[in-house]
Design a protein around this ligand. Structure first.
Ligand code: ZN
Length: 83
């Protein structure tokens, strides 16, 4: 017998809108900020939890910004303001 979690606990949550499936955090950021994120822009998780959908933890940026966030996280850990 294989036991599976009810939902995936590592991948971003998904939402369905307009016939498409979106990463929930990207969808929420764009709706709340009335902004369309360009294809080369990423919505960054300042808390480093990809399942998080707290709008205060989401920030638009580039892939390079996202990589710098990862390096900062590896060096200093998560900013306590986002815990
Ligand atoms: Zn968060």
């Amino acid at each position: 017998m294989v036991i599976r979690p009810i939902s995936d606990t590592t991948k971003p949550r998904k939402v369905r809108f307009g016939g498409h499936q979106w990463d929930a955090y990207r969808f929420i950021y764009c709706v709340l900020n009335e902004q369309v994120a360009a294809r080369d822009q990423v919505v960054r998780h300042r808390c480093h939890n990809r399942r998080c959908i707290n709008p205060h933890h989401l920030e638009l940026g580039s892939q390079a910004d996202n990589k710098r966030d990862d390096w900062a996280n590896w060096a200093y850990g998560v900013d306590p303001d986002f815990l």
